[in-house]
Write a protein that binds this ligand. Structure first.
Ligand SMILES: NC(=O)c1ccc[n+]([C@@H]2O[C@H](COP(=O)([O-])OP(=O)(O)OC[C@H]3O[C@@H](n4cnc5c(N)ncnc54)[C@H](O)[C@@H]3O)[C@@H](O)[C@H]2O)c1
Ligand SMILES: [Zn+2]
Ligand SMILES: [Zn+2]
Length: 409
C-alpha cells in the first residue's frame, strides 16, 4: 500500500509498504478513505518533539471502512464505516473507566508511564503505524473506532478524529463555563475548534489570537473577537478588551512551535527577549533539519504560554493542549503563583468526547467541515505537507483522500 513515511527530520516520503495485519485479537484493520495532516505531525518533522523512528508511517487522524476484525472485537463488522480516535485507550483499565483515555495503562506496550498511545507518533507513544496510508491497524478497536451514520460525511468525520475533541478538551480543562471570558491562543485547526467548543460550553466572549489574518478570519466567523499579534500587543489588547481584568480561561492551542511577533508593538519586546528564546530552542530542539524555508521550528517556544499566563485574570485557568516535548523546562511559574492561577494540560481523552461531538454534528448543531479548507489526494501528500508547514494562506486544514475514496462509487 501507499503511505507517508517518516525517514528523518525534514525527510518524509510517499513509500510503498506492507499492508497491516491483525496482530492481537482486539485489533481491527481499517481501509482508510480520508486521513489528515495535523500540527502535531509538523513538530515531529521539524524536530521540536523528538523520538520519531525512521520507517514509521505518519498520521493519526482517519476515517475508513472496517476490513477485518480480531476475535475480541464484538461491536464492529467488516464493512462498517468508522472514524478512528487519534488518542487510544484499552477501555478496561482504571484510567479508561474514568474517562482518562490519554493516560491508559495498557494500550501502549511500552508501559503505563511511557506516553499517550497514538498512531504515527514518537516511539514512546507506542509502536503504532500512522493513518496517512491506505490501510491501518487499530488496537483495542472496540474502544477506539466509532461507527459513522451515513449522514455524516468523511469531511465532517475527519475533524472528530483529533482536532475537534482536542479543542473541546481544551475548553474543558481551561474550565470554560457559562458567562466566562476565554482566550484561545493559536487559530490553527485545533484553535478553531477550541473557539467553537468554548462557546458550546457557555463562554460569553471568546478572544482568539494568531499572527495569520486568514486564520483569524475563520475564528471571527465563529464568533471570536480576534487579535493579530503582529499588529497589537496581545496581552495589552486583552487587558483593554476586559477593562483591565484579563480572561478567566485561556487555551494554549499553539505548542512548542510558537512564534514571536514579527511586527507591531509586541515585536520590540520579542526582540529584547530573543536570546532567551534562542536558548530555549537550542535546549528543546538541539537537532532540526530546516531546509529551503521548510520545517523551521517556531522561534519562541514559550511565547504563547507566557502571553496566555500574563493575560489571565486572577484565579484564572490555563488549559494547555498545544504539544510540548518532555524535555521542555520553560514555563512562567512565578506569575502562576503570584495570581493563584490553575494550570491543566494534556492530550485529549478523545474516546470520552467523540460520541457527544458526533451527535452534535449529526444533528446539524455544528458543521465542522468549514475548518477543512483543503482536500488533496494522498498521492499529493508531500506537496500538501509543505503548504501546511508554511501556514500558506488558505491552508488551514488538509484532508488526504486515498485512491479508494477518489474512485467513483
Ligand atoms: N493535546 C492534544 O491532544 C493535541 C491534539 C492535536 C493537536 N495538538 C497540538 O495542538 C497544537 C495546534 O495544532 P494545530 O494543528 O492547530 O497546529 P498549527 O501549527 O496549524 O497551529 C498553530 C497556530 O498557532 C499560531 N501561533 C504561533 N505562535 C503563536 C503565538 N505566539 N501566539 C498565538 N498563536 C501563535 C500559528 O500561527 C498557527 O496558526 C499543536 O501543538 C498540536 O501538536 C494537541
Ligand atoms: Zn492531530
Ligand atoms: Zn486503558
Amino acid at each position: 500500500m501507499r503511505a507517508v513515511v517518516f525517514h528523518g527530520l525534514g525527510d518524509i516520503r510517499l513509500d510503498t509498504v506492507a499492508d497491516p495485519v491483525i496482530e492481537q485479537p482486539t485489533d481491527a484493520v481499517v481501509r482508510i478513505s480520508t486521513a489528515a495532516i495535523c500540527g502535531t505531525d509538523l513538530h515531529f518533522i521539524r524536530g521540536t518533539v523528538p523520538g520519531m523512528k525512521p520507517g514509521r508511517i505518519l498520521g493519526h487522524e482517519g476515517v475508513g471502512t472496517v476490513e477485518e476484525v480480531g476475535s475480541q472485537v464484538r461491536n464492529l463488522r467488516p464493512g462498517d464505516r468508522v472514524l478512528i480516535s487519534a488518542v487510544l485507550g484499552c477501555g478496561s483499565c482504571g484510567f479508561c473507566r474514568q474517562g482518562h483515555f490519554a493516560q491508559c495503562d495498557n494500550v501502549n506496550p511500552y508501559g503505563p508511564r511511557s506516553g499517550t498511545g497514538s498512531f504515527g507518533s514518537p516511539e514512546q507513544q507506542g509502536p503504532f503505524n500512522g493513518l496517512q496510508a491506505e490501510y491501518a491497524r487499530v488496537p483495542f478497536a472496540h474502544t477506539n473506532l466509532f461507527r459513522l451514520p451515513d449522514s455524516v460525511s468523511d469531511a465532517q468525520a475527519i475533524t472528530l478524529s483529533d482536532i475537534y475533541p482536542t479543542g473541546y478538551f481544551g475548553a474543558v480543562i481551561a474550565d470554560v463555563s457559562d458567562g466566562k471570558v476565554a482566550a484561545v491562543w493559536g487559530c490553527g485547526p485545533v484553535g478553531q475548534f477550541a473557539v467553537r467548543s468554548a462557546f458550546q460550553r457557555g463562554a460569553a466572549r471568546v478572544i482568539a489570537v494568531d499572527g495569520h489574518p486568514d486564520r483569524l478570519d475563520h475564528a471571527r466567523a465563529a464568533g471570536a473577537e480576534v487579535i493579530n499579534f503582529n499588529e497589537a500587543d496581545p496581552v495589552e489588547a486583552i487587558m483593554e478588551l476586559t477593562r483591565g481584568i484579563g480572561v478567566d480561561c485561556a487555551i494554549d492551542a499553539v505548542g512548542v512551535d510558537s512564534e514571536s511577533a514579527k511586527s507591531g508593538p509586541a515585536s520590540g519586546a520579542a526582540r529584547r527577549a530573543d536570546p532567551r528564546h534562542r536558548e530555549e530552542l537550542a535546549q528543546i530542539a538541539p537537532e532540526t533539519a530546516a531546509q529551503d524555508g521548510h520545517w523551521k521550528p517556531g522561534d519562541a517556544p514559550s511565547q504563547a504560554q507566557s502571553w496566555a499566563v500574563e493575560s489571565l485574570a486572577k484565579m484564572g485557568t490555563l488549559g494547555v493542549v498545544g504539544v510540548y516535548p518532555m524535555t521542555d523546562r520553560f514555563f512562567p511559574i512565578g506569575t502562576v503563583l503570584a495570581r493563584n492561577l490553575t494550570v491543566k494540560a494534556g492530550n485529549g481523552n478523545h474516546p470520552r468526547y467523540i460520541p457527544r461531538l458526533l451527535a452534535m454534528v449529526e444533528s446539524g448543531q455544528v458543521d465542522p467541515e468549514t475548518v477543512l479548507t483543503q482536500h488533496e489526494p494522498l498521492r499529493d501528500a508531500l506537496a500538501a505537507y509543505r503548504e501546511f508547514d508554511l501556514r500558506s494562506p488558505g491552508w488551514l486544514k488538509v484532508a488526504l483522500q486515498t485512491e479508494s475514496a477518489l474512485q467513483p462509487a
